[in-house]
Design a protein around this ligand. Structure first.
Ligand code: CA
Length: 230
């Protein structure tokens, strides 16, 4: 899953992003409000951690724009103790949660997990679809019927996670690039094909009936075909 951290205190944003990367999230950082709003409106983030006091454009303004543009990213606001009123303002404008500075990084991680679990029905850090299960902590892809498993990391992991969160839907190449590679992607489309073929091989290796099909001129779709006659 892809997260955006909008926080102008460099050390804090580094702390948050390095911790979230350890939790296997993909993280982008914006150090001011202008870049923050540009990134937030790209609609590629599952969750945005949004500081209120920011140079150029403040967090409340960014939040208003996110919701005005119908962007469904979860938003957790960061507020200073002296900004109690800001919390209320945040909720009025569609924030999902807030955390008061100074906070313990574990608490932020816990709240992020709560928000993302709510929206994606992830239980016990796994995502399931068809006959497979992806362990988000261990980065293992598991066949639920046979318990065969295989390790899956980096871009393959991110791609698979994205498909698992959006099964039976055609996902365009552009959407996949934005979600997995981020805004500043300039990857040749061959790379996507290559990554997908690695994933398909791994699905075959654990005998899964889940497949990622290419849909001509439109993109790709994850499907589960249980061919057993019942
Ligand atoms: Ca700030």
């Amino acid at each position: 899953m892809r997260l955006l951290v909008v926080e102008d205190e460099y050390r804090l944003s580094e702390l948050i992003s390095s911790r979230l990367k350890k939790e296997k999230y993909t993280v982008d950082v914006s150090l001011d409000g202008e870049e923050g709003i540009y990134n937030a409106l790209s609609d590629i983030y599952d969750l945005i951690i949004l500081d209120i006091m920011l140079p150029k454009v403040d967090g409340i303004e960014i939040l208003k724009n996110i919701r005005k543009n119908n962007i469904k990213s979860k938003v957790i606001m960061l507020t200073a103790k002296s900004e109690l009123d800001d919390k209320l303002l945040g909720f009025e404008n569609g924030a999902d949660d807030y955390i008061t500075k100074p906070f313990h990084i574990d608490e932020l991680v816990a709240r992020i997990n709560v928000q993302l679990r709510k929206s994606n029905s992830i239980t016990n850090n796994t995502i399931e679809y068809g006959d497979i299960k992806l362990d988000l902590k261990k980065c293992n892809l598991i066949n639920k019927n046979t318990n065969d498993e295989i390790n899956i990391i980096n871009k393959e992991f991110q791609l698979l996670e994205y498909f698992l969160n959006n099964p039976n839907q055609v996902l365009s190449k552009e959407l996949i690039y934005d979600k997995v590679w981020g805004m500043e992607n300039d990857i040749m489309s061959n790379n996507l094909e290559a990554y997908l073929s690695f994933i398909r091989k791994k699905l075959k290796l654990i005998d899964s009936k889940v497949n990622i099909k290419s849909v001509r001129n439109l993109g790709y779709k994850m499907e589960y075909k249980d061919e057993e006659i019942k």
